[in-house]
Structure formats: C-alpha cells, structure tokens
Design a binder for this molecule. Structure first.
Ligand code: GLN
Ligand code: ZN
Length: 760
C-alpha cells in the first residue's frame, strides 16, 4: 500500500502566533516559558492537522523558533563562539540570529541568505578550520517524545551533513569538506539516540542534490554516507527544488533505504528512476507542490504514479515536493474573513491544510480504485477544470500582446550616450546627483490610516487626502534636506508587490496568506491566477501630485515584472516568461501615462532579478534573456529624454552584470553598502557604461552613517565609473526607518556629495 507523508509543515502558526511570541519575547513582554509554550501549541496543532488528514508518518523536527538551519547548528553544537556570553541555549540562538537577545552580550548577527531559490532566508553556519561539533539533541528528542504521545509513526526530519556544510561559509582558506570527518560522527551519534528512542525512519534532507554540485562535493557524498553509522535506522534521503540530473547516480548509490524527489520542480524520468532504484528502496514522490498554492490535478498524479505504485507496492510514498513552509496555512481562513480574496479563485487554491487532504486522497486513490469515484476526488477534478476553463484566467487579447512582446528584442530609440545628453539638457543635474530609492518611513500613522480605511472607518476620500498630505510632507522634507531628485515616498503602498497586485486584474490578494520569510518576518504574496490586465492607472495620480509640488524632478516608482512575478504565487499553467511579459505590458502602459503626465524620471525596481535566477546553470541564459527583455518591453517605449531608473538589492551581482547592462536602464541604484568593494571590483573588471548609484550607506542600520565611509565608497566608485555617471543614494528604500533616523542620515549623505563636488 502506498503511503503519504510530508517533508515539513509551516511553523509560524495559523494566526502568526510565533511572530507575536518572538517579538514579545525580544521586547521583554513575553517570558521564555511562555514563548516555549506558544511553540508547543503550534507544533501540536500542526501534528493534529497531519493526523486528522491521515498521514502515515508524522513529521517532527521541522519546527524552528527562528530557522531550521540555525536549529541544525544548535543540534550539532556549532554556534559561533561569540554568542556564548549567556548559558541560555535559546538566547544563544537568538544572539546568532539577531545579534541580541534578552540575555548575553550583543554581538554581530550571523549572515542570512535566501534558501535556494525561495523567498525564505536561513542563517548561514560559520566554519573555521579548528571547528568542533558536539551533539545537543535535547530539543529534538523532546519534540519526538511529545509526538510519540500521539502516534508511534513519528518521522524526524534533519538537515543532512552535506547540505549543512555546503550552505555554510568558511573563513578564508578553509575547505568546508575538511570538516566532514569531525561532523559525521555527530550524525552517527544522533542516529543511535533516535533508534533508542523508538524511531524507524528519519528524513535526511540533502537539497543540494538539486544543484549543479561542484565535483569535489559530488564525489564526497558517497564516502561520507558510507562512513555514517545509521544504527539500524531507515533513512529517507530527501532532495528538492529541482531534478537530480547528474546527481542521480550519486543519490542512488548511497546506503540509505529511501529517496525523496521533487516531481514538481524536477523532471526526473520516474520510470527510469524506478528501474534503477534497487529491490528494497522506498521512493517518495513529491507530486504535490510545496511551493505553490494551486489545487493539484490528482488525475494527472494518478496517471503518473499508478504504474509506479504497481511496480513498487509498499515502497511508493506520495508526498509534497518540499516542506510546506513555503505556503500559507489554510484556505478556509480566506473564506471566513474580510473578503479581500477574489471569491471565484478560492476553490482553485490549496494551502498547507488542503495539501494534506490532497496527499491523503491521492494515496487512497492509488490504494483503492473506489476512491476515484468518491465525491472529494470528483470535486477536486471539477476545481481543476473550472480553473482551466475560466474566462477570468484566459483573455485572448492579453495573451496576444504578451506573445508579440516576447517575439521581439526591445530597445530604446537612442543609445545610452545620446539619451544621457538629452536627459542632462533637460534636468541640468549637478555632478554626483543625490536621490533615494523610493520609500520613506511607513509611520504608525500611515499604517493606522490604511487600517481604518480597510475596516471602513474612514471613507476613500479621507484616506486619499491623508496620503496626499503625507506626500506633501515627504516632498518638503526632501527639499529641505537638499536632495536633487525627489520621490513621492510610497506612503500608499503596504508592500511593493501587493500594492500592484491589488490594482491589476488577474491577481488576487489574500487576508491570511502569510508565509515565513525569516524569523518573525512574514510576507503575504499576491496570487497571479490569470492573464493580467491594467484597467486603471496605478501610480500616476500620486506621482503627478508629488511632481506638482516641487521645481525639482520627482521620480515615478514602479515594481518590475520579474519582481512582481517572483514575490507572488505564480501561475503553473503557462511559462513564467509569459506572465512576466503580461506584467511588463501593464507596466509599459503605466509608464507611458506617467510620461504623459510629465514625469520625466521613472524607476522600475527589480530587486528579485538575481534571486529568480534558476538553480541549474543550464536554465540561466534563457531566464536572463526573457527577464531582461520583459524589463525592456516595459521601459523602452519612452522618449530619449525620459530617464529610466532601476534598483536592485540583496544581490551578488557578479554573475548577472552582463544582464544588468543589457537592461539598459539610464540609472541603476544598487544595494552595496555592506559589500561595496565586491561590486566595485566587479565594475573594475567589467566597466558599466550607464548611470550608477552604488548605495553609500546601509539603511538596515538605525545609526547616522559615517561621512568618511560614504565618501570613501564614492571615491572608490569614481575610480571605476565615469564621474558624470555616478549617483549618490542610500542602498535601499527607507520605509522601515523612522523620520528621526532618515533626516540626519540623508543630510549627511547630501553633505558628502556637496563636499566631493566642491573638490571636483
Ligand atoms: N522602491 C522600493 C523602496 O524604496 C524598493 C524596495 C526594494 O528594493 N526592496 O522601498
Ligand atoms: Zn533595495
């Protein structure tokens, strides 16, 4: 009989209880026992959901107070030395994550970075040559014991040794692989304890198997796994986020009892894999997406899996492609509340709860033919048909525009040098023009105003007026500071993606669709469900009003096609590129209207361009081609004297510099304040010809930036960028800062620009 399990469940709590618990604990309003009991309740409710849905294995060890990679560092006794200023284990963990905790001495936080190609961030383990490990299994064993009170089919999930080290960063010259001989015995020790604890199966996550692994890492897998002592445990080796491809033979050769693959992101040939699996191994097929929120086509899954089930019998498990960490809790919360969600879309959706039900149903369908005729199976099929045929999804005219857009290479009417002359003639900007990235503080007043508007306490015109007042304030402050190019401040935006999601047809927004981004931070991605139409201007009025208030240029502010796509739940029924071109088409019209309204500088943010880069090298060129061309489709219909800006953050820009160049924006502002030298080295070896503003200070810090540090970034930039192309700006938007922080920081920045200008 086929079995059903999941690789992991969301952990933030259905009502984001963990967020409130954590923030309360950090602020001193919630005690540590209270925080832990919040966590216990979340875990128990997660387990109850799984049991109620009828999982064959209860997944344990996937919960984390902050992050599961950080949990692994705790488990392996591998936290940085600098956090050991307190004996409190939990505070040591928070010191690592945030640099501060209720006990212990503040220190610098560990680096955080994106978990593969998701929007989730993990804490990067730090390795040094003399690192040692020491098993600290208490938290895991406690959770297992609690789960065993509910069922004896408990399956702990642990991040595997290869992935743990691969994701770590090491001090200069340390080969992370050289730590394996010290690390592996810790895993063996843990397996032994788990066996004693009555565990049968352990899920060992090795998602690096979905990457193009460097040869030495690929070769290290087999000896590493052969030297592990499993103590009689069965190991389900889990790979996700892509196909195994050239790692397939490695994965198959490992001395484990099962293999989990991602059959949604991956394209491994199941038949071939089954043939190579060997006579005893389990195959867990992740056929239900753990990353997206559309109902699963169970009939298609059935057709794919039935032959496998016949061949493997008990050895086939069905599953979600990866942990459900990446999707919200429960669609039912949308139906119940304020109705932000487009009602017709609701039946098409499956969040974590629905995915549990789907997995269980799929298993039953594979096991008993009668299930295929049951009401639940039929309803599921009807939802799929309804979505595929819906006129809300398919709009032939929109598809045609996107196809035409995709069929051409878009370009500005003149090359950059000539455009730059027209633009300079128009704006007469000084050398080293100063500007900001777009947002100004989202104050408590702005958030309250929006909340009162949403709840119906104030009418639209009061809300509107409130925003206009905010814009005027923002313009006056910028004039007072002496910035050269102003922005309207983005007060109207709760979020740079959701705001556009609310205004565009074909995109739905949720009320409760929260997904953990890191620690206590959650995001609520919009849902792109259909062909996209812009039926109304989105930003024109705000920009026009802002521009009317000042003699200085005011930049219009939009979010680019790739970022809108990457930070949303996206359609799975057409290629991403199609959706990107549709978004670009909407932006192209918006940009034309901004231009017609007299807005002569327009910024189109693409912070997610780098992050959307496919994990596999082979897919990158195609991605970059459509990503760049969709940006150009959006931005190239304007006159030569209209200046297009773009902005990117969180990036390791090296491998996309050619693509950035190809976007051909007149000005790009970049997040570099924390790694300026890296970017500047890149620019030295590959000159950038258009306008560029390397962020001169880190907006993530509340401190007034150091004048000398800003000046030195600019001097270094001037050595690799022609002076006339150099802009001066912070490294990202200012929405998370307070006015008291923003004003002195920007004044200092403007001062630096003026001083350098005077020095020529
Ligand atoms: N314009 C946006 C802002 O200033 C850009 C944010 C971002 O890069 N993530 O907030
Ligand atoms: Zn940014």
């Amino acid at each position: 009989m086929t079995k059903f399990h999941i690789p992991g469940f969301p952990r933030i709590g259905e009502q984001r209880q963990l967020k409130r618990g954590l923030e309360g604990y950090w602020a001193g309003d919630v005690s540590q026992p209270e925080l832990l009991s919040i966590a216990t309740r979340i875990r128990e409710s997660n387990w109850q959901r799984q049991l109620a849905a009828g999982v064959d294995w209860l997944t344990v060890g996937d919960f984390a107070l902050y992050d599961h990679v950080l949990n692994t560092s705790v488990l392996l006794g591998h936290l940085p030395e600098r956090v050991k200023t307190t004996d409190n284990r939990i505070d040591q963990m928070f010191l690592t994550a945030r640099g501060r905790a209720p006990s212990g001495t503040p220190c610098h936080a560990a680096e955080m970075t994106k978990w593969f190609d998701t929007n989730y961030h993990y804490l990067v383990p730090e390795c040094r040559a003399d690192d040692t490990f020491q098993l600290q299994p208490e938290w895991l064993l406690d959770e297992i014991r609690a789960a065993q009170a509910l069922t004896d089919q408990v399956k702990p999930v642990i991040l595997g040794p290869m992935t743990y080290l691969f994701l770590a960063k090491s001090a200069e010259g340390v080969d992370r692989l050289s730590l394996l001989p010290r690390l592996l015995p810790i895993y063996s020790e843990l397996f032994c304890l788990l066996k004693e604890q009555g565990i049968d199966w352990v899920q060992l996550d090795e998602p690096v198997l979905a990457l193009d692994l460097p040869d030495d890492w690929q070769q290290a897998f087999e000896p590493a796994y052969h030297s592990l002592r499993f103590g009689g445990l069965n190991i389900l080796l889990a790979s996700y986020f892509g196909s195994l491809e050239r790692n397939q033979s490695v994965a198959l050769a490992l001395p484990v009892q099962g293999l989990h693959i991602d059959q949604v992101a991956g394209t491994d040939d199941l038949g071939a894999l089954v043939d190579k699996l060997g006579p005893y191994k389990v195959l867990s097929v992740g056929a239900i997406s753990g990353r997206n929120i559309w109902r699963t086509d169970l009939d298609a899954c059935y057709r794919l899996l039935k032959p496998v089930a016949e061949q493997l019998g008990d050895r086939l498990w069905v599953s979600t492609s990866c942990s459900l960490l990446h999707v919200p809790y429960d669609v039912d919360n949308e139906a119940a509340t304020d109705g932000r969600m487009t009602p017709a879309v609701l039946p098409w959706l499956a969040f974590a709860q629905q995915k549990l039900e789907e997995g269980s149903l799929l298993r039953d369908g594979l096991n008993t033919a009668a299930t295929l005729n049951c009401q639940a199976w039929q309803q599921q099929a009807d939802c799929i048909t309804d979505r595929h045929e819906s006129l809300m999804v398919h709009k032939p005219a929109v598809k045609l525009v996107a196809q035409t857009a995709a069929s051409q290479q878009w370009q500005r009417s003149l090359p950059y040098e000539q455009r730059a002359e027209c633009q300079q003639a128009r704006w007469q900007l000084p050398l080293l023009p100063t500007t900001t990235i777009g947002s100004f503080p989202q104050t408590a007043e702005i958030r309250q105003l929006r909340q009162r508007f949403r709840q119906g306490d104030i009418n639209p015109s009061v809300y509107h007026q409130g925003l206009l007042t905010e814009i005027e304030h923002c313009i006056r402050v910028q004039e007072d500071i002496g910035l050269d190019v102003l922005v309207h401040g983005e007060a109207e935006r709760n979020d740079m993606v959701e705001y556009f999601g609310e205004l565009l047809e074909g995109i739905a927004v949720s009320s409760h669709g929260w997904v953990q981004s890191y620690g206590s931070r959650c995001v609520k991605p919009p849902l792109i469900f259909g062909d996209i139409e812009r039926l109304q201007p989105m930003t024109v009025e705000w920009s026009r009003y802002a521009a009317s208030l000042s003699e200085r240029p005011v930049k219009g502010m939009l979010t680019g096609p790739v970022t809108l796509l990457k930070w949303a739940f996206v359609r799975d029924d057409q290629p991403w590129s199609q959706t990107a071109y549709q978004l670009a088409a909407a932006l192209r019209v918006e940009i034309a209207e901004l231009e017609a309204a007299g807005i002569g500088m327009i910024q189109v943010d693409e912070p997610a361009l780098r992050e959307a880069l496919p994990l596999k090298q082979a897919a990158r060129a195609d991605y970059l081609a459509w990503a760049v061309n969709s940006f150009r489709y959006a931005t190239t219909a304007v006159a030569a004297e209209t200046q297009i800006h773009t902005h990117m953050c969180y990036a390791d820009f090296d491998d996309i510099l050619p693509a950035i160049e190809a976007m051909d924006a007149d000005v790009i502002t970049l997040e570099t304040a924390r790694s300026a030298s890296k970017l500047l080295d890149g620019l030295a070896s590959r000159p950038y010809h258009n306008g560029i503003g390397p962020g001169v200070y880190d907006i993530h810090s509340p401190n007034v930036p150091d004048t000398e540090a800003m000046a030195s970034i600019l001097r270094a930039a001037a050595a690799v960028v022609p002076l006339r192309n150099l802009w001066v700006n912070p490294d990202c938007g200012l929405k998370t800062r307070r006015w008291e922080e923003v004003k002195p920081a920007l004044k200092a920045m403007v001062q630096v620009a003026q001083t350098l200008r005077a020095q020529g």
